[in-house]
Ligand binder design. Structure first.
Ligand code: SF4
Length: 624
């Protein structure tokens, strides 16, 4: 791989060829060399790595994701977060990966082209023409550096205020076509705080890159070879396999819908996590009532606009015929961000969620984490651990699952959520400032102390679901009700686990989750969009071998686990009752005979046996 090392302290850069399977493999290697495991998350000598996979520039679809590898302000170990389609433009520079170390004296933008690497000081622009936040900044860059964008067919990746003022900032990128934003082709590196890591650790506001380099391996142009690999594995052509395996994300004729938003509501029904996962405590009939309201008020407006009235579908900018970006009145709609600031916080009105998602997007923050945070604060107020005024709001949210009036209470909750989101950025309130700086896990412990006289049965951290790593690391889960989202896996908050609504003995569950983690890590390592996992996973070894001439090494997840152990951020036992209940309620929901959660020790034993099994599968301990 052609790796561009940028040292912001010395204002130097150099390009080094490094043999590496993929971008995450490279990232882990570089982090180990810099011994970042022993350093603070924002230490400028902790590298920030951003790069693409080996399959770019040819005839393969969905292989142009750019992946950030960084020490996460949330988990306190390595995390990986990717943006769709960015690699399609970034590959033009001829560089496969960028490694940033050091701290820029002034906030800056990095320009990368085949001819030059330039670091330019620049102030963030938060409002420009009729755009706000990361959209305004991207627009400003597009106009100010129009020559660079057009000469190099470039694309920008930027951070927003969420990265400047909170632990939860992400990276944002809008694709450009003919000098204009391409509607719907906007994407974020969602989880783990990649943007905060780039800005707080290195004072970098964005990277703009382009050029006319294309493929790295000539064989990605050999469509006959690609087709042959698929014909031999599936008995179907490459395009037929894509159409079959990605129909959920494009259009499913059986449901008449598509994309993650369109499909997940139809699929998960009363298993959707609602009200900060509080729904898991209630009978199916009540959850079904909520679900019916969600379909009517939340899903139908989207379905009518995006599937019935028009077909407003776009791609992320990758070479792709799935067009998973379903766009409602100019805004890309996916299940997790909309659910997160919709039903998960007690808001069943689609247009209200649209406003909130847009606001969080403008700030450049991970929407899923914000949804957990808001539902947590709502529950704390509901349970009298906090008063509204203590988090800068002047009204009580309606967060009672039994007495919720979807039409009226949604508007109220949405309005309050908006104030909290703004408070996280403005830091005009002591508790929101604390959370903005330290995240949910550390803040909850400080609040347990500060308000200890208010605590009866449940502590602050019992009202929010998160998985813990080491002493301070954590991550809130993706929005699924399944033990795998909080099980002791080394990387969580993304899909490197079994996140299905299932339950099993810990040894079996660990085996399923381990299998998913191995495959998902390899797919991301190679810069592949995970919506194509059903297409590529079955042929990954062969495809990699045929194209690069090398064997696929499957040790990546183990190397990541070893890094986490060195960083003292390996999975530790659940601290939150709701995280534990997420596991036991799924066991009960499925009437599983595999386990009985009656005493605290039953939870500890399931957790421990899961972790021991995972470590054995990984070879971190000798298998007996
Ligand atoms: S499926 Fe969606 S995210 Fe994946 S490559 Fe296609 S448009 Fe991009």
């Amino acid at each position: 791989m052609k790796v561009l090392f940028i040292d912001l302290d010395k204002l130097e850069h150099k390009i080094i060829n490094i043999d590496s399977q993929g971008i995450i493999s490279l990232g882990v290697k570089v982090h180990n060399e810099y011994e970042s495991w022993k350093k603070d998350i924002y230490d400028p000598s902790v590298p920030f790595i951003f790069g693409l996979g080996p399959f770019v520039g040819g005839k393969l679809f969905g292989v142009h994701r750019m992946v950030a590898i960084f020490k996460s302000p949330l988990t306190r170990t390595l995390h990986f977060s990717s943006i769709g389609g960015v690699g399609y433009k970034f590959m033009g520079s001829g560089i496969d990966a960028i490694v940033i170390i050091g701290y820029s004296k002034e906030p800056s933008i990095i320009f990368i082209s085949p001819n030059n690497v330039k670091i330019e000081p620049l102030n963030y622009v938060n409002s420009y023409k009729n755009y706000k936040g990361v959209y305004a900044f991207s627009r400003y860059l597009l106009e100010k550096y129009n020559d660079f964008f057009s000469n190099y067919n470039a694309r920008a990746v930027v951070v927003g205020e969420g990265s400047m003022y909170t632990y939860n900032g992400n990276l944002f990128s809008f694709d450009i076509f003919n000098g204009e934003f391409r509607i719907g082709s906007e994407d974020f590196s969602g989880r783990g705080g990649a943007g905060s890591s780039l800005f707080k650790g290195h004072n970098i506001l964005g990277i703009i890159s382009g050029g006319n380099y294309k493929y790295r391996y000539e064989k990605v142009n050999d469509f006959q070879l690609i087709n042959k690999i698929f014909l031999e594995k599936f008995g179907k052509s490459y395009i037929e396999v894509i159409n079959e395996k990605t129909k959920k994300y494009k259009y499913d004729p059986e449901t008449g819908s598509g994309g993650t938003f369109g499909e997940n509501y139809l699929l998960y029904k009363e298993l959707l996590p609602l009200f900060g996962y509080k729904s898991i405590y209630y009978p199916k009939e009540l959850r079904r009532k909520h679900y019916d309201n969600i379909i009517e008020l939340f899903w139908k407006p989207f379905q009518e606009e995006v599937f019935i009235k028009s077909k407003s579908w776009f791609t992320c900018g990758d070479l792709c015929n799935v067009a998973c970006k379903k766009v409602y009145k100019g805004k890309k709609v996916d299940y997790e961000p909309f659910h997160s600031l919709g039903p998960f916080i007690g808001n069943y009105i689609f247009e209200e969620a649209l406003k909130l998602v847009d606001l969080v997007d403008q700030y450049g923050m991970d929407v899923i984490e914000v949804g957990h945070l808001i539902s947590w604060l709502f529950d704390l107020i509901e349970n009298k651990l906090l008063e509204p005024g203590e988090v800068g709001i002047n009204d009580y949210p309606m967060f009672n699952f039994e007495n919720f009036d979807p039409k009226n209470d949604s508007y109220k909750n949405s309005k309050i959520a908006e104030k909290i989101i703004e408070g996280l950025i403005k830091k005009n309130n002591e508790i929101l400032s604390l959370i903005s700086e330290k995240g949910i896990r550390v803040s909850s412990k400080i609040l347990n102390e500060k308000y200890k006289e208010r605590i009866k049965d449940n502590k602050f951290n019992d009202y929010v679901v998160y998985a813990s790593f080491g002493n301070e690391g954590y991550i809130t889960p993706n929005l699924y009700w399944g033990p795998g989202v909080v099980a002791p896996m080394y990387i969580l908050g993304k899909y490197w686990t079994d996140y299905s609504n299932s339950f099993a003995r810990p040894e079996d569950f660990a085996r399923f989750s381990y299998g998913r983690a191995i495959n998902e890590s390899l797919v991301e390592d190679l810069g592949i969009c995970r919506f194509y996992r059903g297409v590529y996973e079955p042929v990954l070894d062969r495809l990699y071998k045929e194209i690069t001439g090398k064997d696929l090494d499957k040790n990546l997840y183990k190397e990541i686990a070893e890094y986490s152990i060195k960083a003292k951020a390996e999975p530790v036992l659940w601290e939150s009752k709701r995280a534990m209940d997420l596991v036991s309620t799924m066991c009960r929901e499925l009437n599983s005979k595999d386990w009985k959660f009656e005493r605290y020790e039953d939870y500890v034993e399931w957790w421990k046996r899961f972790k021991e099994s995972l470590d054995e599968y990984l070879g971190l301990k000798n298998i007996q």
